[in-house]
Design a binder for this molecule. Structure first.
Ligand SMILES: *[C@@H]1O[C@H](CO)[C@@H](O)[C@H](O)[C@H]1NC(C)=O
Length: 204
């Protein structure tokens, strides 16, 4: 993706690094195949918690503003919208219990269907970066984008008290998220080492 540049990555990475050493250690103790799905959802839940933390939201907001708003019809309006809404939308998505299961069930990961050994016995820096990169791919994918857009336009966000007007909210989600989610997902891949340090105490 050509519109990702170093400064946007830096914004996200700095946001991530701000929380280094506050991450929870994620320990693995030789689980059987049957537990692969649970391993994956537990791990992704930890990542999701981080992605909706104050420091991460600040980095994500900058990333989306720099990477997306200049290409839209109303860049200033876009920036205001992202400032006002990204954090709320990210919290709705990553704060939902089902999000981790959906991510782990995606074809990119396959853990909850194909029981790929996401963590078992292989957990370490490389495996961590691989999983985080795959989560980024799921978020950036066409299916991931569509699922997220539909989720946000529904009861969980646009039709909830978080949004003043469901129609306007849905238009905003349609205008922003199909462009923002691929950039966001890709940036998670690029920041995978910092995320593994921060969230899982790996790659130290
Ligand atoms: C939402 O905003 C639209 C467009 O401004 C307006 O037509 C509609 O009446 C609003 N709906 C509510 C419930 O306020």
């Amino acid at each position: 993706m050509t519109f990702l540049n170093n400064s946007t990555l830096l914004a996200l990475t700095v946001g991530c690094l701000a929380l280094v050493n506050h991450g929870l250690a994620f320990s693995i103790t030789g689980k059987a195949d049957d537990d692969a799905c649970q391993d994956c959802t537990d791990g992704v839940t930890q990542l999701n918690k981080y992605l909706m933390s104050e420091a991460a939201i600040a980095g994500e907001t900058e990333l989306i503003k720099v990477a997306i708003c200049p290409d839209l019809d109303d860049p200033k309006g876009c920036e205001k919208g992202v400032d006002a809404w990204w954090g709320k939308m990210a919290t709705a998505v990553f704060g939902d219990d089902k999000t981790a299961t959906e991510i782990c069930s995606a074809s990119e990961i396959g853990a909850c269907k194909a029981r790929l050994p996401v963590y078992q016995g292989k957990w370490g820096c490389d495996e961590c970066k691989r999983l985080v990169g795959l989560v980024g791919k799921v978020i950036a994918s066409d299916d991931g984008t569509k699922t997220t857009v539909d989720f946000l336009k529904g009861d969980a966000f646009c039709k909830s008290s978080a949004s003043p007007n469901a129609t306007v909210c849905a238009q905003y989600v349609d205008a922003l998220m199909p462009a923002a989610l691929p950039v966001f997902g890709e940036s998670i891949g690029f920041a995978s080492e910092a995320l593994c340090q921060t969230v899982y105490a790996q790659c130290q």
